[in-house]
Write a new protein. Structure first.
Length: 122
């Protein structure tokens, strides 16, 4: 595991992985399931806009329970929410990860709903 951490640091992701456990780093080094691309595409067809701001550009599926915390949730369609990585605001980074890719927001669905409603009221 020390070798993995050293390699990740050499490739410039040391800051990203510094807050993760050894088990989480091991999961991150595993390849995605062969079914991930299909599920990703299907999710974006059904949920093409950002759940926070309604943006249709640069929308990605975000795992509510992160893949590195529970690999069994990788292909669970109920574990995904659409968030954008927009040019002016990155809802994926801010709402999904609290401005730090290591962190995860366990309340991302509720927060997205709340902020979407707030912005619609303005």
């Amino acid at each position: 595991m020390d070798v993995l951490k050293t390699l990740l640091e050499l490739f410039g992701v040391g800051k990203f992985v510094s807050g993760l456990s050894l088990e989480e780093m091991e999961v991150l080094s595993m390849p995605r399931s062969k079914e991930w691309k299909k599920l990703r595409s299907e999710h974006l067809v059904k949920n093409p806009c950002c759940a926070v701001c309604g943006n249709f550009k640069n929308v990605v599926p975000h795992h509510i329970v992160p893949f590195h915390q529970d690999p069994t949730k990788e292909l669970d369609p109920d574990n995904l929410i659409s968030l954008c990585e927009g040019d002016t605001f990155n809802c994926h980074l801010f709402f999904g990860h609290f401005r730090n890719w290591v962190r995860c927001n366990p309340n991302v669905v509720e927060d997205a709903r709340t902020w979407k409603k707030k912005t619609e009221e303005i």
